[in-house]
Design a protein around this ligand. Structure first.
Ligand code: NDP
Length: 327
């Protein structure tokens, strides 16, 4: 038996509880891990608190991120005692996830934890940091360098946004942080390394198809009118990496930035992205992440407090990362 957070949805209603689960109930996948840490993402909080249609089948163990030690493997690449991490692939949504002491997953979904990162650090980075890294790689793939000019990050004080600001700053970019939290200016400027802040309200209302050319590149986790205004405000040949929908799933924009300024819009998906890109992103993160800052921004909670942590996350009272100790 092992401990797991379990979401059930039946005639008794939708409920999440910590339970003793038999190993026999684990999905039949080719690698079984002893989970050391998981993390609480916004998506996990929605699933745990029944605030969005995240979970596709029940009972479900939530947790879209996990790290742990391999205890048995039928997969050629993974041996007992290897330490591996997993983000995405529908784990915690369609497949049992990381908020448990054990997990059984496909070896094809796992990534070796880079030597420079501890398992705890890997989970402090989690899907949010990984997605930010994918966005940076997407900008680099389009040829963006710090010499091109300022890079805008929207949703800057959020999970993906704050990692984006920090990674870009460490790479030498001039980073403009768009945020609704004026009270967080100290955090955005001095802790994360932004060079300027703009009020997100200046981007969130319907705007013109083209605006003044301001940014060489952008990472957008907000979507909707914000993304439309970001596109309209790009410099000639600017590049925008879009990864989120905090304002909305819509994109009420025109083609003007594309056909009159050569702007590129590139999408980022961390859930199903291919393994070679995952490995590249984690290697880059290992070299780039500021471990002192990561520690400062991370709070570790036990599995028994994961539900409470999810509620705090949805209430907006968490800044930084909530790592769950599953041991
Ligand atoms: P967070 O909730 O941590 O951050 C989102 C931030 O967006 C907030 O902190 C806030 O920043 C800003 N924001 C929130 N609501 C609004 C609004 N109505 N209008 C404008 N800005 C708003 O979420 P994450 O960083 O974890 O995720 C951000 C987005 O990225 C989500 O939509 C998520 O689903 C998506 N995502 C996508 C992934 C992918 O693979 N493509 C992977 C991970 C996340 P501030 O207070 O600074 O304004």
């Amino acid at each position: 038996m092992f401990k797991a957070l379990v979401i059930e949805n039946d005639e008794l209603g939708y409920r999440t509880s910590l339970q003793d689960v038999s190993e026999k109930q684990l999905p039949d996948q080719d690698v079984t891990l002893e989970v050391s840490y998981s993390t609480l993402n916004y998506k996990d909080a929605l699933a745990i608190c029944n605030k969005g249609p995240i979970v596709r089948q029940f009972p479900m163990v939530p947790g879209i991120d996990l790290v742990g030690r391999v205890i048995s493997s039928r997969h050629p690449e993974w041996q007992q005692d290897d330490v591996a991490l997993l983000t995405g692939w529908g784990v915690g949504e369609k497949q049992w996830g990381g908020l448990a002491q054990k997990a059984s997953v496909s070896g094809d979904w796992l990534v070796k934890v880079p030597a420079a990162l501890s398992p705890l650090q890997a989970m402090a980075i989690g899907t949010a940091g990984f997605t930010a890294m994918l966005c940076v790689l997407a900008l680099e793939k389009q040829g963006v360098t710090p010499q091109h000019g300022p890079v805008l990050v929207t949703g800057a004080s959020g999970g993906v946004g704050s990692f984006s600001v920090s990674l870009l700053s460490r790479l030498g970019y001039e980073v403009v942080a768009s945020s609704g939290r004026a009270s967080d200016s100290e955090y955005l400027l001095n802790t994360l390394g932004a060079t300027a802040i703009i009020d997100r309200a200046t981007l969130s209302e319907p705007g013109k198809p083209l605006a003044k050319e301001r940014w060489a590149a952008a990472i957008d986790s907000v979507g909707s009118h914000t993304l439309a205004n970001v596109l309209a405000g790009m410099q000639r040949d600017g590049v925008v990496a879009a990864c989120g929908m905090a304002q909305g799933l819509d994109l009420p924009a025109s083609v003007a930035p594309f056909i009159l300024r050569g702007v590129t819009l590139t999408g980022v998906d961390s859930v199903m992205c291919a393994r070679p890109l995952r490995q590249q992103a984690w290697q880059r993160l290992a070299g780039l992440v500021d471990s002192a800052l990561l520690q400062q921004l991370t709070r570790v909670i036990p599995l028994s407090e994961a539900r409470e942590g999810a509620e705090q996350l949805l209430a907006g009272s968490v800044r930084g990362r909530l790592v769950v100790d599953c041991r």
